[in-house]
Design a protein around this ligand. Sequence first.
Ligand SMILES: [Zn+2]
Length: 380
Amino acid sequence: MSSSDAALAAISLALFVGIYMASLVLHELGHALGAKWIGADVYKIVIGEGKRLARFKALGFLWEIGINCLGGACYPEYPKPLPGMRWRKIAVIAAGPLMNLLLVAAALTAYAACPSPESFLAKTLLLAALTNVFLLFGSLIPFESTEDKQPTDMLALIRTLGVPESALADLVRYSYVARATDLVKDGKLAEASALFEEKCSGTQADFGLLMALAHELLSRGDPKGEEFWNRLLAHPEFQRGQEREHILARFLSSIALCPQSPTPALANAVETSADELGHLKPEDPTGQLVRGAALVRVGNVMEGLELLRRAERTCRPSTPMRALHATYRAAAELGRGEVQLAGEFLHTALSLDPSSEIARALRTRLQSTSPSDPLRKEKT
Ligand SMILES: [Zn+2]
């Protein structure tokens, strides 16, 4: 490849990325305008899933930029129940792909009007049309993203058609979930709990939020954590066996990270949950890590450490898993007052994964551990 070919390839790639991002933004803007049109508000528009890189206000909307910029999402908020909720929701869903369809038509019309089909402008217009065809088809394939559990427009449409009208009225109650989930992510747990208490619908929509709240409150030693955990256990979704392994693992992980000694009731729940998770996924290293760390935390040191060692053997080839092992091992050691050992494991964890939020929180806790800490007296 000559240097001019390389330059051309680089320009083409930059052009494609630019057009793709612009089309994605317009697709989400389509959803947002659709939401406004049917009388709903828009909480935020997200471009890119995963870790949040930026957050700002523009064009009257709250925008969030994530690290994985392949897809996006728009979060409508329904301030009050409106007649014909199903058709309103369908209009919001359809507005995104409709925007891409309009862009294809506009780009092709402009292309046809171009005097020379070989010109840079003509080629750019053709690329814009193709990119929007690609986005349009992407939104028409029914699937759910693995990271943020966001359904594509087609899957959202199928779900909306299958839900009874009475349940659709719940949209009004549970459109607060995105707002409350952001409060949890920002560490504003009191505000998030208050919003949850006010609007909780007890349906699948706020089940994930309840799980996140219970996890965060418990792992920070907030007394409300136990109450939220009990509500999670009583939730119809949990009773139905939804995501049981996932929930047990998050519970055990929150106990492992909790700065205070768990109450006897919670310690009992840890033993039962660790047993159940062990039966459901005996060889899963992440499961072994959270079981081990939680068992050490409630005083079952022998069994807990054995599980942590077993997980370590399986984790060895993978750097992220080794970082996770060191983090949970540090949490366990910190929990039983082995401050020096905890520090060593934390050092390993942070050198393997400096961005780990759990490890950073543990380090802050370790640094503030005072000699009068009852956990440290336990050791001697
Ligand atoms: Zn869409």
